[in-house]
Design a protein around this ligand. Structure first.
Ligand code: PLP
Length: 276
């Protein structure tokens, strides 16, 4: 595998970062994941805008302008230019002797990126999730690598035999550990509004656009935990899943217990947009 690190393309085994990198010491870094079909990106400009928003929010002086060319080259170098692939990129504040406040302005941000084939589709019969208390910080809209609460919740889900956790706080089911959460409730496609409690998912926005194109009623309003259990459908949305139905939450059946029609039709719309 050829990866990108600070201006160089090199074998993964040769890519080295300092133990004093602030991404390692403080999770002082922003990341993005963009999906490509035959070398064509899906909504790349939106991913770059989100990365820019994150870099500005935590005051890292870097620009995501590297993304298109680095992604193109990584896809070619790794034989992924004809398939369905993702390109991960991360920018940290760089390496400097450990102290909490920012290092001098001469510290160069670390930029790391790799490409790999997109994961195979999860099982067609839908997934099971568990509810886990959301212990993340107050700025979940910033895509930082500070993912320990997400990691612990995802592991709890795995140990419970579920595909993921739904993070809950103040009586609301906000999102998954790596996907936004939707329900079909009272005839409307509903997801939480953008704000500090969720990541503004690119797929979330695309799924809302697709729902409007399909003349479905759309609502951006928090989903109360108990509403999950009376919903017709509950599903995740993310770059790697498009939409994915949840058929059981905390051991209770959701809707008919089978993947729903709305999640499926949105997934088809997104796939069409991706591959056209
Ligand atoms: N929510 C969280 C917490 C995530 O980590 C992700 C993706 O990694 C998403 C939502 C979905 O975002 P996107 O659709 O941009 O992949």
């Amino acid at each position: 595998m050829i990866v990108y690190l600070n201006g160089e393309y090199l074998p993964r085994e040769q890519a080295r970062i300092s133990p004093e990198d602030r991404g390692f010491l403080f999770a002082d870094a922003i990341y993005e994941v963009v999906r490509f079909y035959r070398g064509r990106p899906y909504r790349l400009a939106e991913h770059m805008d989100r990365m820019r928003h994150g870099l500005n929010a935590i005051r890292i002086a870097a620009d995501p302008g590297f993304y298109p060319e680095v992604a193109r080259r990584l896809l070619v170098e790794n034989g992924l230019a004809e398939g369905d692939a993702i390109v991960y990129a991360q920018v940290s504040r760089g390496a400097a002797p450990r102290t909490h406040s920012f290092p001098g302005s001469d510290t160069r941000p670390t930029v790391f990126a790799f490409a790999r084939a997109t994961d195979p589709e999860p099982p067609a019969e839908g997934g099971r999730a568990i509810l886990v208390a959301d212990e993340r910080w107050g700025r979940c809209d910033i895509k930082t690598v500070m993912l320990l609460p997400n990691v612990l919740a995802a592991q709890k889900a795995r140990e419970a035999g579920a595909m993921d956790a739904i993070l809950t706080r103040d009586g609301v089911a906000w999102e998954g550990t790596k996907a936004n959460l939707f329900c079909v409730c009272d005839g409307a496609v509903r997801t939480a509004p953008n704000g500090p409690r969720i990541l503004p998912g690119i797929t979330r926005g695309a799924a809302l656009d697709a729902a409007r194109r399909l003349d479905l009623t759309v609502e951006e309003r928090p989903i109360a935990i108990e509403e999950l259990f009376s919903a017709d459908e509950v599903f995740f949305a993310s770059t790697t899943l498009w939409t994915y139905s949840l058929v059981e939450i905390d051991g209770k059946k959701i809707g008919s217990g089978k993947p729903g029609k709305v999640a499926e039709s949105l997934k088809q719309e997104l796939w069409r947009e991706f591959t056209r």
